[in-house]
Design a protein around this ligand. Structure first.
Ligand code: NDP
Ligand code: MG
Ligand code: MG
Length: 333
């Protein structure tokens, strides 16, 4: 069973005794920086020249400096900028300011796990990752609750890295809900696998294939959209609340019977064999290398895939249909 840690297991005074730099002020960055501050932690935000989020951070009362200045001032540096640019910012602005006893923190293990960032031996390296988007993390904190988080230590130079990570997690509300101990390897590999095989890749491909099957058989795209995409939310909400059991309790017996007999015809032993291949390519670094090559090569294929799907009948149909649903919010969070 997983090891869980709560408020009583974490000592807030540890992080309150440190100087924290939050590099980046996006989804996670704003939530961490504001909640650290509200927990009585000495925090500054590191943002690059011309940053769009700088004004917002200052408006919210935070002190903003460059990533290099933030890293130089602080002894705990949390990197919360997009994963593909972390290695460059680390080399240029953070590494030159790392001293023995400092701590380098992440919310995702990607760069450390695949060796794009190699911190020096005297530095603690830890991960604190809330299991939810930054806006929820901040809202829960403000309401006196928290989003569950995971924490891991990759390098324990001081011998106190995990206690520091738990203290940080407490300051952003994580231990109010519960913090699960993991490793950089487990966090990174399961995160990549989940988003590729199930959450983003698997779900998009399933929705598209179902939609195309109905439309190619002559059914109206609008009806196919409702069946294959729109209703997915209702089903996933039920699973989220009460697992497969609650979903099956809520749907009709006919739907439940179809679930049992047809599901395994769609996700077959072949699909699972392919999932294992996907996992192997994540574990051996093939995926990470290919993705970084694509990213730094100018995102050609990425943009091709994006444009292709934007033109897909599923997307153009959905765009029109969602206008009929006043309660569906299509704006960015
Ligand atoms: P965002 O994409 O929201 O981060 C954007 C921030 O990074 C902005 O403040 C942006 O500045 C800043 N930024 C961009 N380039 C630079 C640069 N060169 N130097 C300094 N700052 C820069 O990131 P997320 O919050 O989504 O992700 C941060 C980390 O958290 C990642 O490791 C991610 O895997 C992890 N994570 C994310 C979760 C999420 O909910 N999104 C959940 C759990 C983990 P500006 O826009 O002002 O130019
Ligand atoms: Mg991810
Ligand atoms: Mg139905």
């Amino acid at each position: 069973m997983a090891e869980l840690f709560y408020d009583a297991d974490a000592d807030l005074s540890i992080i309150q005794g440190r100087k924290v730099a939050v590099i980046g002020y996006g989804s996670q960055g704003h939530a961490h920086a504001l909640s650290l501050r509200d927990s009585g932690v000495d925090v500054r935000v590191g943002l690059h020249e011309g940053s769009k989020s700088k004004a917002k951070a200052e408006e919210q009362g935070l002190r903003v400096v460059t990533p290099a200045e933030a890293a130089a001032e602080a002894d705990v540096i949390m990197i919360l900028i997009p994963d593909p640019i972390q290695a460059k910012v680390y080399e240029e602005s953070i590494a030159p300011h790392l001293n023995d006893g400092d701590a380098l923190f992440f919310a995702h293990g990607f760069n450390v796990r695949f060796g794009f960032i190699k911190p020096p031996a005297g530095v603690d390296v830890a991960l604190v990752a809330p299991k939810g988007p930054g806006h929820l993390v901040r809202r829960q904190y403000e309401e006196g609750r928290g989003v569950p988080a995971i924490a891991a230590v990759e390098q324990d130079a001081t011998g106190n890295a995990f206690a520091l990570a738990l203290s940080y997690a407490k300051a952003i509300g994580g231990t109010r809900a519960g913090v699960i101990k993991t490793t950089f390897t487990e966090e990174t590999e399961t995160d990549l696998f989940g988003e590729q095989a199930v959450l983003c890749g698997g779900a998009s491909a399933l929705v598209k294939a179902g939609f195309e099957t109905l439309v190619e058989a002559g059914y109206q795209p609008e009806i196919a959209y409702f069946e294959c995409l729109h209703e997915l939310k209702l089903i996933v909400d039920l699973m989220y609340e009460g697992g497969l059991e609650k979903m099956r309790w809520s749907v009709s017996e006919t739907a439940e019977w179809g679930d049992y007999v047809t599901g395994p015809r769609i996700i077959t032993a072949d699909t699972k064999a392919e999932m294992k291949k996907v996992l192997t390519e994540i574990q051996d670094g093939t995926f990470a290398k290919n993705w970084m090559d694509e990213y730094h090569g100018g995102l050609k294929k990425y943009n091709e895939y994006k444009t292709q799907d934007e033109k897909h009948l599923l997307e153009t149909t959905g765009k029109e249909l969602r206008k009929l649903m006043s309660w569906v919010n299509d704006e960015e969070a």
